[in-house]
Design a protein around this ligand. Structure first.
Ligand code: IMP
Ligand code: MG
Length: 180
């Protein structure tokens, strides 16, 4: 049964094979960089959950996980610039090597806010791993150490990313084309 989108059209931008290949590469790169260290990964819910689940299986490292939920904009194709921590971390990050795992770096407002907020908690190091990045949309400059794919300015869904909480279950990253 195909995935359907009654409100518009879906076009595959990054297919399952490309995703798995790139996630494996990112895992290898992170594993080299954090060899011999304990890595504490913070998954930004909900969008990054599928990426995180695949990524950690390519990390033969000593790791721990925590989850944070933020809302930057609700059910809209446009960002309001507002960031709210909806669910905070369970454990302290003080003195730890921390990596934020995010689905997409768009305007940068969310990760700019998050990194500034998390730095005040005294991690030993703090890096960002994002599956996707839309460089042309950037309002705040954010340094992501690991970027899966740079994509054009199009609204994407699937592999964890949603539109109004839908389409997270699509196996591929797809572009949403709104009906005129
Ligand atoms: P930023 O603060 O503008 O960088 O936006 C980051 C958040 O916006 C991401 O964590 C996503 O939840 C959401 N977002 C940005 N672009 C897209 C997209 O193309 N599809 C789905 N969600 C997006
Ligand atoms: Mg989202």
């Amino acid at each position: 049964m195909p995935f359907t989108n009654p409100g518009g059209q879906l076009k595959v931008l990054i297919d399952e094979r490309q995703l798995q290949q790139r996630v494996r590469e990112l895992g290898q790169q992170i594993s080299r960089d954090y060899q011999g260290k304990h890595l504490h990964l913070i998954c930004i819910l909900k969008g990054a959950c599928i990426f995180l689940a695949d990524l950690v299986r390519h990390l033969p490292l000593d790791i721990s996980l925590d989850f944070m939920a933020v809302s930057s904009y609700a059910n809209s194709l446009h960002t309001s610039g507002e960031v709210k921590i909806v669910k905070d971390l369970d454990s302290t990050i003080q003195g730890r090597d921390v990596m934020i795992v995010e689905d997409i770096l768009d305007t940068g407002l969310t990760l700019d806010y998050l990194t500034r907020s998390l730095r005040t908690r005294g991690p030993k190091s703090l890096t960002i791993c994002t599956l996707l990045s839309k460089p042309s949309r950037r309002i705040k400059e954010v340094q992501a150490a690991y970027v899966g794919f740079e994509i054009p300015d199009e609204f994407v869904v699937g592999y964890g990313l949603d539109f109004a909480e839908r389409y997270r279950n699509l196996p591929a990253i797809s572009v949403m084309i709104e009906d005129a």
